[in-house]
Design a protein around this ligand. Sequence first.
Ligand code: AMP
Ligand code: TRP
Length: 328
Amino acid sequence: MAKKGRVFSGARPTGRQHLGNYLGAIKNYVALQDTYDSVYCIVDVHALTTVETTENLKQNTFEMALDWLAAGIRPDESILFVQSHVPEVMELHTYLSMVTPFGKLTDLPTFKEKVRQQPENVNYGLLGYPVLMTADIVLYKTDIVPVGIDQAPHIEFARETVRSFNYRFNTKVLIEPQVKHTEVLKVVGIDGKDKMSKSLNNHIELASTAEETTKRVREMVTDPARQRKTDPGNPDICNVFTMHKIFSPQEEVDMINVECRRAGIGCVDCKLRFANNLNKDLEPFRAKRADLESKPSYVQDILNDGGKRARAIAQQTMSEVREAMQLP
Ligand code: AMP
Ligand code: TRP
């Protein structure tokens, strides 16, 4: 079947993926493969803007490849690769930087947040992060970019950069990408408050064992106004209920919705039910992941092959870009 266009997404190799990554991004990576030519990238160069040491980079890249493959990325059909295997992206990053106003980069909320998080390491690469991200996207003539809501300003930045570049060089060689989010815009962590993220240690890893997952789910914060089992709760503001709506059968969701409000079901019971349903849902993922983990050279071959296929597209785009820029 002819596909509609191209999808591209990437994520920094932070290691094992969590429910936020899955519900906010990976679910779309997998679904979009059916209708789009798909390219997924583990952005190790972007990771260098924040990491203090690269000693875990290889392992984290491997862990992420395992998670993405186990979640359903199909490497025969789609391209799965590592960013640094396609050095053309660095060249395009440099060209795009010439049409990028400095102030636009310093104004980005994502940059300001990083400055707050790592004031001792505000490096040049960190400032150029969105330019490199734009290079990732446009190098593959991407139509659609599935990412979580936090990345929306970066996609808007990419669109503006494409317009500036095409205008400046009087060309149509670069394509303006569209952002695509999942229905769950922001997955909240087990603290019931902040966005789920590894750095806040409020996450639930997809690859944990069933026991570890249950332990983590038991720590989830529910409706804070509900102190005792005999107090009625409010599912509308409870993160555990939000998760039930995603992972539990409809009858169970309906039952909890009624029983929680009249203190017929306690938070511990409610959480254990969620943990069971989540573990059931993740069973096939975990089995597939364990199998892949036992075949590291097979996974490495997938990444190497993906790199070659990605590079062929990148080289074609770069010759068009150089031509449009009239580089001698
Ligand atoms: P990160 O792990 O922050 O590099 O993010 C990788 C991808 O997952 C990006 O597309 C993010 O937008 C998405 N993502 C990360 N955390 C969450 C979350 N808590 N809720 C929704 N999407 C998320
Ligand atoms: N900035 C993205 C994140 O933190 C990762 C990323 C790099 C990306 N290049 C990309 C996402 C290109 C989509 C497209 O999650």
